[in-house]
Design a protein around this ligand. Structure first.
Ligand code: AMP
Ligand code: MN
Ligand code: MN
Ligand code: MN
Length: 285
C-alpha cells in the first residue's frame, strides 16, 4: 500500500466542493496527506479556515485558488499558489471575475427557469453561501426531479451549446499570470488532459507563452500516457510540475484525496520542494 502524502488540488464548500474547510483537512489527515493545497474556484475563502484546522491535524495547508482564465478563446483553469493570495484585497481582479460570474449565474437562472421552473433562487438556496456555479444549478435540477442526475442536467441544459448555457467570464491567462506574480505567487495550468484533444497542444502552448510557471501533471483524470506527455512538455520548457486529485468531496464520489490505486495522483515529494523554491523566487522577483 503506497502512502499518498501530497495533494495540491482540492475544493471546499467555498466553491463547489462538498466538504467544509475543516472537513477537508480532516479527510486529508485520514487519507495520510501531509501537504494539501486548498484551491477553490475563483475564491480563497476556504483557505484560512483550513489553515486554522490544519494545525491540530498535522497537515500543512498551502493557499491556492483555481482561477478561471482564457487561452486562445478557450476556458482554462489556472491554479495559483502562494501566501500572497491571502493578502487583503489581493485577489480583487479575481473577485471582479466573481462579480461577472454573478451576472452570468442570473442569466443561467433566467433561462433555466423558463425551461424547467427551476431557477436562480433554487441554486442559491442549495449553494448555501458557496460561490455559485453550474454544478449548483445541476444539483437543483436533480433535487426538483427535473433530471435524474447531474450529468443529465449538463447534457440537456447546462453544457456548452445547450439552452441554458452562458459562457463563463474569464481573464486572459497572461493577465492571471501577471496578477499572481505581482502577489509573489506562481501559476500552474490545471488538468491539461481535460482540454479537448484536438486543441490541447495549441492551448497548452498558448498557456506557456502566456507565462504559466508549471503544468499539473498528476490529476485524477490523467492516465499514464497523459502524465508522461505533460512531463515531457514541462521538462522541455523548464516548467514546474505539480499534481492533485481535484477532490470535491461527495460531489465527485470517484475522486479521492491523494488519488486512487493506479497512482494517477501519486505526487513525488520533490514537487513540494520545487513549488516552494519557485514561490521563494517569485516573492524575491
Ligand atoms: P461553472 O464554473 O459555473 O462553469 O461550472 C463548473 C462546474 O460544473 C464544475 O464543478 C464542473 O465540475 C461542473 N461540470 C461541468 N461540466 C460538467 C458535466 N458535464 N457533468 C458534471 N459536472 C460538470
Ligand atoms: Mn469544480
Ligand atoms: Mn478545474
Ligand atoms: Mn478543480
Amino acid at each position: 500500500m503506497t502512502k499518498h502524502t501530497i495533494d495540491l488540488h482540492a475544493h471546499t464548500l467555498a466553491s463547489d466542493g462538498g466538504d467544509t474547510p475543516v472537513e477537508l483537512v480532516r479527510a486529508a489527515a485520514s487519507a495520510g496527506i501531509q501537504v494539501l493545497a486548498v484551491t477553490d474556484h475563483d475564491t480563497v475563502d476556504g483557505v484560512r479556515p483550513a489553515m486554522d484546522a490544519a494545525v491540530c491535524e498535522g497537515v500543512e495547508v498551502l493557499p491556492g485558488c483555481e482561477i478561471t482564465g482564457e487561452v486562445c478563446g478557450r476556458v482554462v483553469h489556472l491554479l495559483a499558489y502562494g501566501d500572497g493570495l491571502l493578502a487583503d484585497g489581493a485577489i480583487d481582479r479575481v473577485v471582479a471575475v466573481r462579480r461577472d460570474r454573478q451576472r452570468r449565474n442570473l442569466r443561467i437562472g433566467e433561462r433555466l427557469e423558463a425551461l424547467t421552473g427551476v431557477g436562480y433562487a433554487d441554486a442559491l438556496e442549495l449553494a448555501g453561501g458557496s460561490a455559485l456555479s453550474r454544478a449548483h444549478f445541476a444539483r437543483a435540477l436533480v433535487r426538483r426531479g427535473v433530471v435524474e442526475e447531474v450529468a443529465e442536467a449538463f447534457d440537456r441544459f447546462l453544457s456548452n451549446g445547450r439552452p441554458a448555457y452562458v459562457p463563463a467570464p474569464s481573464l486572459p491567462a497572461g493577465e492571471v499570470v501577471r496578477l499572481v506574480h505581482a502577489l509573489g505567487g506562481v501559476v500552474v495550468l490545471a488538468h491539461p488532459g481535460r482540454l479537448a484533444e484536438q486543441e490541447r497542444e495549441h492551448v497548452v502552448e498558448g498557456a506557456i507563452e502566456a507565462g504559466v510557471d508549471g503544468l499539473e501533471v498528476w490529476h485524477s483524470q490523467h492516465d499514464a500516457d497523459g502524465r508522461r506527455g505533460f512531463m515531457a512538455i514541462a521538462e522541455r520548457h523548464g516548467l514546474l510540475v505539480t499534481g492533485g486529485s481535484d477532490y470535491h468531496g461527495r460531489h465527485k464520489p470517484g475522486v479521492r484525496l491523494g488519488g486512487g490505486a493506479d497512482g494517477n495522483v501519486l505526487v513525488p515529494a520533490v514537487v513540494v520542494d520545487d513549488l516552494k523554491e519557485r514561490l521563494q523566487a517569485a516573492v524575491c522577483r
